[in-house]
Write a protein that binds this ligand. Structure first.
Ligand code: IFM
Length: 441
């Protein structure tokens, strides 16, 4: 077998991504902490609890692990309810804590990317109607300006809102996220307010820090028609237009398009400096008259697809190529802000990683302007309505003892990061059954 290596451009960022509520622990003042107390909301009645105890200081050991295994970047989020526990009140101690964490990243040569909103809202905001309230975009922009003014010394890349598409779908259509509503009309108002919030934040950040680079992180789902039937094709296209396109397109031309409605938000025009792309999987979609909430689409995974531990993710690397081609059409630099798989036993992850990194390399060489890749995630963390049932970490976590468990993928990803590439030797070592597909004879 000939030895081969595919190489990434010099300066490529290799990191992992985390989010405040999922790793910090002891967040008690946001919508998720309240939601977790409601019976039946989270699998097995679980809650974030102390999570990975980052607020208690364990960010240090986890970031040591990241740095010692060749990573040069980390994406994390700051928690609005800590920074602004009440309207008009700023917690300078919390801000100082984030400064310390950011200094810790720089000390470890990890370039930070900071997300300003990752699914959680302060309780005071929820009491005022959350993102249904037309005043919320302005509240968000105030918080963002405060954060950016306080942390800009350490950060250039900012993600305003993580997965606004998932936030609005899960909170207002499927009802799996707080506030658990199932109402398309409300979902649409929330989407409009999220676009406004992003736009105001974008301008606010650039006022405070002109050199900042600002984007959204979109969860791109590949909706693939299950057959050649025009109905399947139509439904897959419609789902993609709303789930994938709505937010980044609104940030290009200021128009929020939802089925037959269009709302114009002039200040949202040209409010992206990069595209943040979160990619996990591809759905087969077929028309189903009984499913109005998913725009008459029924989704399933290809029967022959390899599935993650709980069946949540299918290993579909071609969908990643599609996602990057889609992102590239916007003409901005791209960061892969999340990609990964839940796999407690680490049986699928090495293969998932190899295939996805290979597709990434392919797209870099087809002139996609991709700046970096953040694997989700560094260490197992709280998976929202799925609680602790899904394990996305390179490192496992024993939630009782806070012990970290080194999975085999740690070493695989470390080799990728250190070599800034993917080689046939690595694949032979970590997932030999992928070799013929990735480096055929
Ligand atoms: O854990 C989440 C993250 O918060 C947002 N993107 C998807 C991940 C995996 O479910």
């Amino acid at each position: 077998m000939a030895k081969a290596i595919v190489q990434f451009p010099k300066g490529f960022l290799w990191g992992t991504a985390t989010a405040a509520h999922q790793v910090e622990g002891n967040n008690t003042n946001n919508n998720w902490s309240a939601w977790e107390k409601e019976p039946g909301r989270i699998m097995h009645g679980q809650s974030a609890g102390v999570a990975c105890d980052w607020w208690g200081g364990r960010w240090k050991e986890d970031l040591d692990r990241a740095a010692e295994t060749g990573q040069n970047a980390h994406r994390f989020s700051v928690e609005w309810s800590r920074i602004q526990p009440e309207p008009g009140k700023w917690d300078e101690n919390a801000i100082e804590r984030y400064r310390t964490i950011l200094r810790g990243m720089h000390d470890r040569n990890l370039r930070p990317m900071v997300t300003l909103h990752h699914f959680t809202d302060p309780l005071w905001l929820v009491e005022m109607g959350g993102w249904e309230n037309p005043e919320t975009p302005a509240f968000f922009a105030k918080y963002v300006e405060k954060v950016v003014a306080s942390l800009k010394e350490y950060v250039t890349e900012w993600v305003t809102i993580n997965e606004p598409n998932v936030y609005s779908y899960s909170g207002y259509v499927s009802g799996d996220f707080p506030p658990g509503k199932k109402d398309m009309g409300t979902a649409f108002s929330v989407m409009v307010n999220l676009v406004k919030g992003h736009a105001l934040a974008y301008h606010g950040i650039h006022n405070v820090q002109p050199e900042a680079k600002v984007g959204l992180a979109i969860n791109y789902r590949s909706f693939y028609p299950a057959s050649k039937s025009p109905l399947d094709i139509f439904v897959a296209k419609t789902q993609s237009a709303i789930f994938n396109d709505l937010f980044p397109k609104a940030a290009v031309d200021g128009k929020v398009r939802f089925l037959f409605k269009t709302v114009t938000i002039p200040e949202a025009k040209n409010t992206q400096d990069f595209i943040g792309l979160n990619y996990y999987t591809r759905d087969m979609v077929s028309f189903d008259i009984t499913k109005p909430n998913t725009l008459f689409g029924r989704s399933f995974y290809r029967p022959e697809a390899e599935l993650s531990s709980t069946g949540f993710i299918a290993n579909e690397p071609d969908g990643f190529t599609e996602a990057i081609k889609w992102a590239n059409r916007f003409g901005y630099p791209i960061y892969i802000t999340e990609n990964g798989v839940e796999d407690e036993k680490d049986t699928l992850r090495p293969k998932y990683l190899a295939y996805h990194i290979h597709k990434l390399w392919h797209m870099v060489n087809f002139n996609s302007n991709i700046k970096g890749y953040f694997h989700w995630s560094l260490v197992d963390n709280f998976e929202w309505e799925r609680g602790w049932t899904q394990r996305f970490g390179l490192w496992g976590l024993d939630t009782e003892t806070q012990q970290r468990i080194r999975r085999g993928s740690v070493d695989f990803y470390a080799e990728i990061c250190r070599q800034n590439g993917l080689s046939s030797e690595m694949i032979e070592k970590y997932c030999p059954d992928a070799i013929q597909n990735i480096f055929p004879d």
